[in-house]
Design a protein around this ligand. Structure first.
Ligand code: AMP
Length: 286
């Protein structure tokens, strides 16, 4: 497994592979890897085959964090991440620093961003105004540096995956986007690097996100339910976890991400919940 810290070296390697007709799979991450990330690496390997190359990028992208968010103390454990990537059979870990990804930014000499203007408005985009601009920009840059044939994202970040797909279509990136299912802990909590922030009591209550998804599924299993009604019920439901503070719960069309008034089979649900400063998200199809 090769560790590549430089952007130019990554692009050179990718161009070399391309000339040799080697398929490239990319899994973008912010590190502090867990089994969810590894399932994406496995998916990438399946897509490119034994002769293909799987690149895992590890980069905590500053442009997708607002100044008030957790950039400075985002969990990191590079040594462990590298071991996990190696064990999973990744070919390359691309781990650039800020000076590689945003050259000249500190001196005001970086000024190009990629902005998706529709799907990113609600939910995470409304709660975190600069977030998706940072995500689309860094993913576009990663695509230009790694030149992947296929890139794998997690359904855990449903809105993000939809935005990336839209960006790839709109801007004609020659890359296939795969969205892999959410991996969960035994009790149902979606795996997330941010789960590390939770203390024991918060961790025990964090399963409320998963339970809320289950409750909504049950409520809308056999009949159409008003979204406003269900939102109110879920707000109440979440008070069963006294340390949880609901940020939003939304019911929406999985294609357009537009909120719906009626919840039925096929409607998508997403929610964000704070435990103190830790913000967790989850989503599922009803
Ligand atoms: P992150 O490191 O949080 O930026 O996530 C990197 C990629 O892993 C994104 O495509 C996420 O959607 C995906 N991911 C995060 N958590 C999970 C999970 N529990 N199951 C599957 N994929 C995940």
């Amino acid at each position: 497994m090769r560790i590549v810290p430089k952007a130019a070296a990554m692009q050179k390697l990718a161009r070399h592979w391309k000339r040799a007709g080697v398929k490239i799979g990319l899994v973008p991450t912010m590190g502090y890897l867990h089994a969810g990330h590894l399932s994406l690496v496995r998916e990438a390997r399946q897509r490119v085959g034994k002769t293909g190359k799987v690149v895992v990028s590890i980069y905590v992208n500053p442009t997708q964090f607002a100044p008030t968010e957790d950039l400075a103390n985002y969990p990191r454990d590079l040594e462990r991440d590298l071991k996990m990537c190696h064990a999973e059979g990744a070919d390359v870990v691309f781990m650039p620093g800020d000076a590689e990804m945003y050259p000249g930014k500190a001196e005001g000499k970086y000024s190009t961003y990629v902005v998706e203007e529709n799907l990113g408005r609600g939910m995470e985009g409304a709660a975190r105004p600069v977030h998706f601009r940072g995500v689309t920009t860094v993913v576009a840059k990663l695509f230009n540096l790694v030149l992947p044939d296929v890139s794998v994202f997690g359904q855990k970040d449903f809105q993000q995956a939809a935005i990336i797909r839209r960006m790839v279509g709109d801007l004609n990136f020659p890359v296939q986007i795969i969205v892999a299912p959410t991996r969960r802990e035994a009790d149902g909590l979606a795996m997330s690097s941010r789960n590390k922030y939770l203390d024991a009591e918060q961790r025990a209550q964090a399963v409320i996100l998963f339970h809320a998804l289950q409750a909504a599924k049950k409520a809308a299993a056999k009949k159409t339910v008003r979204a406003a009604r269900l939102k109110k019920d879920l707000q109440e439901f979440i008070t069963a976890a006294p340390l949880a503070r609901l940020d939003y719960v939304e019911f929406f069309d999985p294609e357009t991400l537009q909120p719906v008034a009626q919840v039925k089979r096929g409607t998508h649900m997403a929610l964000a919940v704070f435990f103190s400063k830790t913000r967790l998200i989850d989503n599922a199809q009803i």
